[in-house]
Write a protein of this length. Structure first.
Length: 186
């Protein structure tokens, strides 16, 4: 079952990468070209995502200690799916910026959780699971831009950005492999 657990951890980390890359690669393009936001305002999609991710990383350890990695990852995945899902269903400039902020907050603890889980997999030498997840999560960074672009070319950028809420749903499903222990109860 170690391979299945490792695969789920890779999915969690790759989903976080897809969301992060979608914000950095496509947020400003979507806001300016699809929603007509001025370029000075369109940049705030990326700023909202990374700012919220930064805040999430600052408080993430305390939240994980209190609720456990699984609960935090599930909540984060749901926040990504709901936030960007609503932003894409009801496209407005403020709503989309808020959707990217929700996505950034939702993914804040995902990559660290996946790496931590991989590094503690029983039966693997220390660092082996971590190396596998670290390398394979880059699939999200590599495939996300061309996938979104391909869908955008054939449908719309709005349709291409559906990869973000889908990534959130993947996290909700894959987070079953994460630890439920809380600090002080381990």
């Amino acid at each position: 079952m170690r391979v299945g657990t490792l695969a789920a951890l890779v999915l969690i980390a790759a989903a976080g990468s897809v969301v992060e890359d979608s914000g950095s690669t496509w947020a400003a393009v979507y806001l300016s070209q699809s929603l007509g936001a001025p370029l000075s305002l369109a940049a705030f999609g990326f700023v909202a995502l990374t700012g919220a991710q930064f805040v999430g990383r600052l408080v993430g350890d305390r939240v994980v200690d209190r609720f456990g990695q699984r609960a935090v990852a599930r909540s984060g995945g749901a926040l990504v799916a709901l936030g960007m899902g609503l932003a894409l269903a009801f496209p407005t400039v403020p709503g989309t910026i808020a959707g990217f902020a929700a996505a950034g907050l939702g993914i804040a603890t995902l990559v660290p959780a996946a790496m931590h889980g991989a590094d503690e997999l029983p039966g693997l030498r220390p660092g082996t699971g971590l190396a596998v997840v670290s390398w394979l999560m880059r699939i999200g960074f590599l495939l996300s831009p061309p996938l979104v672009g391909l869908v955008a070319d054939h449908a719309s950028l709005r349709a291409g950005l559906l990869v973000v809420p889908v990534a959130g749903l993947v996290v909700v499903l894959a987070s079953q492999v994460l630890d439920t222990r809380r600090a002080g109860r381990a």
